[in-house]
Design a protein around this ligand. Structure first.
Ligand code: FAD
Ligand code: DHB
Length: 389
């Protein structure tokens, strides 16, 4: 087989890139290790920045998102028994949209199916080759047979554990990492959200987040030790714990019900540099991870795609390498700012086992300052709605 761009990974970054390339007449094949239903079973991010919304529109896959997504003009921080609203729209002129990654992925998969572009699911041992030269190719196995796809470029959209970053190990790859000493236990339930906007809670028992997917579906998280096992958390124990971490009035109005998904995710900050190795590019989680506190993971995948697509379009349209040469530096500039924001939100809102009461007092002082300072709120709001591409 031959194509222009092989995309490894059918998550949001691979699907968005594939759609933009196809729309510009650039042939591409997506290969994933698992199948469509497996990918759609993963419950992940929920908040879209204006840049990600714009990308979905540009692709022509934004119709359901605009119909069903919920525009949020603010969110609340709860701490020391009180609540303070960060007025995103008032402070920045911009809102965010609550629309689940699962739904966005489904829309992109449906769009791809309708376009007739090729996707290979359930591919084993996917491996990029010869990307240092002019003629890269990717191999994979299916039904015991090894296949080869020759191409011009390989886009590594294969997440944190995928083969693309593994293939550039020892080729000048530098990594920067911070691992946090806790995880997030998340629950999805068909109950109405406790509040019309998101609530991020700092509490002596640990962080909590009240999010949502629709007027009848809620997504909640609590900070848990990394040693906790999801099987040890009954639904009742989860509801009791999250209510303890919220202001009294919020806790009392919370509607609970059986969970339809429950999982624990570790928290990590990670950046790989550079994001280009010859004709192989790292995109989205393959190149960087943020802790979820700033709601940036999926949105960074979108901005990477924006920069890489611009470079590939320029390469094929104008025969210029300037855009692909600039990809890594352009993407990393924005990535590091989102890393900084996600790290600072994480430090501000969680209990750190080693920081004790001093750490908590400092957090409370910072939150108190934030609540009294419009410039501080504006800086938080500007980062939360997303910095410009
Ligand atoms: P992914 O969505 O990871 O997609 C990568 C794709 O590559 C997958 O389909 C995978 O099957 C495929 N792949 C992997 N290995 C191979 C292989 N060997 N061969 C072929 N294909 C392969 N962000 C938030 O903002 N908020 C959240 O609450 C949040 N929760 C998260 C919870 C978890 C458990 C995880 C892992 C991430 C979470 N994120 C969250 C981050 C956000 O979901 C990611 O940033 C986003 O999915 C990145 O998209 P991506 O397409 O780059 O990678
Ligand atoms: C969600 C996840 C986040 O990490 C976040 O900051 C906001 C919302 C969510 O899953 O809804």
């Amino acid at each position: 087989m031959r194509t222009q761009v092989v995309i490894i990974g059918s998550g949001p970054s691979g699907l968005m890139l594939g759609a933009l390339l196809s729309k510009s007449g650039i042939d591409n094949i997506i290969i994933d290790r698992v199948d469509r239903d497996y990918i759609l079973g993963r419950i992940r991010a929920g908040v879209l920045e204006v840049g990600a919304i714009g990308l979905m529109d540009r692709i022509g896959a934004g119709e359901r998102m605009h119909r069903e997504g919920l525009l949020h003009d603010g969110f609340s921080l709860s701490f020391s028994g009180r609540r303070h609203r960060i007025a995103l729209k008032e402070l920045t002129g911009t809102s965010v949209m609550v629309y689940g990654q699962t739904e966005l992925t489904r829309d992109l998969m449906d769009h791809r199916e309708q376009s007739g572009a090729k996707t290979i699911y359930n591919a084993g041992n996917v491996t990029p080759h010869e990307f240092d030269g002019e003629k890269p190719y990717v191999t994979y196995e299916r039904d015991g047979v090894t296949h080869r796809i020759d191409c011009d470029f390989i886009a590594g959209c294969d997440g944190y554990h995928g083969p693309s970053r593994a293939a550039v190990q020892g080729k000048g790859l530098q990594t920067y990492e911070k691992v946090y000493p806790f995880g997030w236990l998340g629950v999805l339930a068909d109950v109405p959200p406790v509040h019309h906007e998101l609530i991020y809670a700092n509490h002596a028992r640990g962080f909590a987040l009240c999010s949502q997917r629709s007027p009848t579906r809620s997504r909640y998280y609590v900070q848990v030790p990394l040693t906790d096992k999801v099987e040890e958390w009954s639904d009742d124990a989860f509801w009791d714990e999250i209510r303890r971490r919220l202001p009294e009035d919020v806790a009392q109005s919370m509607v609970t019900g059986p969970s339809i998904e429950k999982s624990i995710a570790p928290l990590r900050s990670f950046v790989a540099e550079p994001l280009r190795f010859g004709r192989l590019f790292l995109v989205g989680d393959a190149g960087h991870i943020v802790p979820p506190t700033g709601a940036k993971g999926l949105n960074l995948a979108a901005s990477d795609v924006h920069y890489l697509f611009a470079g590939l379009e320029e390469f094929y349209g104008e025969k210029s390498k300037a855009g692909i040469d600039a990809y890594s530096a352009r993407a990393l500039r924005r990535i590091w700012k989102a890393e900084r924001f996600s790290w600072s939100m994480t430090m501000l809102m969680h209990r750190f086992p080693d920081d004790g009461e001093f750490g908590q007092k400092v957090q409370e002082a910072e939150l108190d300052y934030l609540a009294s300072s419009v410039p501080a709120q504006t800086a938080m709001a500007e980062n939360y709605v997303g910095l410009p591409y």
